[in-house]
Design a protein around this ligand. Structure first.
Ligand code: TYM
Length: 321
């Protein structure tokens, strides 16, 4: 089975990215043919600062590699190193109804947040469809916020195949419900643009400080609390063992526990979770050439697949000889 996913280089990766998507990416490597890329073309829709785009791209690559990407087996590259995907975007654009894109909520959300409503931002899902279709992907592991984009991809692929014959594999999303929306410290979805993230490799002291700021309700210490309505508990679910989680649930429901106690433990568990990868990350930071070499090698392997699919799509629509 071909697994594919992408992450935008929009700043430091956070634990929402990790539990919502990257952890699945890393787990799927052993048994499947995995293709993962850094979506720098997509980042241009919202970031006009070239140095940042370039630096963030390397930063995401380092995070992935530190966390256990198998660079021998898995194909890992920078999206823009395979420019065929932009040509396929055009071919797909010509079968994409305007209404389909107008219904996409992420465009509306981003414009509401103050991003410039440029055409790239509007057409973003078509480029994402091209990413998925050009590599013949079967399964796309993502968080819930990307579900609509996978549906759009399926719709576009179906329309293309109906018009021109079977060229594309129709992909499916792979979303694990329990981690589909990781909350940030304010209780909204964790997202760089909301300023509510805990970064994967954030300095330990800063992790502790942020976690102490997690928004909770004002139930007094002695009273019972509902774990299912608590942001601290939602994050504990990601990092605590089953037994420990059951203990916390019991403490919540029995009363006599303050949120501060749960927050302290949560901070330690999050720090412990990523501790084993910090040294690897530091080593990679001192060996950027190695990181660039991995991306270049990945681009070569990805390009071979992309060229083949693009050739079929060009022929199907009547371009070339
Ligand atoms: P991006 O860069 O916003 O996010 C990367 C991955 O992290 C997941 N994620 C979350 N999951 C759970 N809870 C959260 N709070 C949370 N925040 C982020 C996202 O769902 C995503 O899986 N458009 C994509 C990048 C992309 C792509 C693709 C993905 C471009 N082409 C092709 C899959 C296939 C994006 O902006 O993800």
């Amino acid at each position: 089975m071909r697994i594919l996913s992408g992450i935008q280089p929009s700043g430091k990766l956070h634990i929402g990215n990790f539990f919502g998507a990257m952890r699945q990416h890393l787990q799927l490597q052993a048994e499947h043919s995995c293709f993962y890329f850094i979506a720098d073309y997509h980042a241009l829709t919202s970031n006009p600062r070239p140095t940042e785009v370039r630096e963030n791209t390397i930063d995401v690559a380092i995070d992935y590699m530190a966390l256990g990407l198998d660079t021998e087996k898995t194909v890992f590259w920078r999206q823009s190193d395979v420019s065929e995907v932009t040509e396929l975007t055009w071919l797909l654009s010509c079968v994409t109804p305007m209404g389909l894109l107008q219904r996409c909520t992420s465009y509306k959300d981003k414009v509401a947040q103050g991003l410039s409503p440029n055409h790239g931002l509007f057409a973003y899902p078509v480029l994402q469809a091209a990413d998925i279709l050009i590599y013949n992907s079967d399964l796309v592991p993502v968080g819930a916020d990307q579900k609509q984009h996978i549906e759009v991809t399926r719709d576009i692929a179906g329309r293309f195949n109906n018009t021109y014959g079977e060229v594309f594999t129709i992909p499916q999303d792979y979303i694990i419900e329990s981690v589909a929306v990781v909350p940030g410290i304010d209780g909204q979805k964790m997202s760089k643009s909301y300023g509510n993230t805990i970064e994967i490799f954030e300095p330990r002291e800063s992790v502790r400080k942020k976690i102490m700021k997690i928004v909770t309700d004002s139930t007094p210490v002695e009273e019972p609390k509902d774990p299912d309505k608590c942001n601290v508990f939602a994050l504990l679910r990601l990092v605590a063992s089953k037994d420990e989680l059951a203990e916390w649930e019991n403490k919540y429901r029995s009363g006599g526990m303050g949120y501060g106690e749960a927050k302290k433990r949560l901070a330690e568990l999050i720090i412990e979770h990523f501790e084993p990868y910090r040294q690897k990350r530091a080593d990679l930071e001192n060996n950027i050439d190695k990181v660039k070499e991995v991306l270049a090698n990945g681009a070569e392997r990805a390009k071979a697949v992309a060229v083949e699919t693009l050739t079929k799509a060009r022929e199907a629509v009547g371009l070339g000889a």
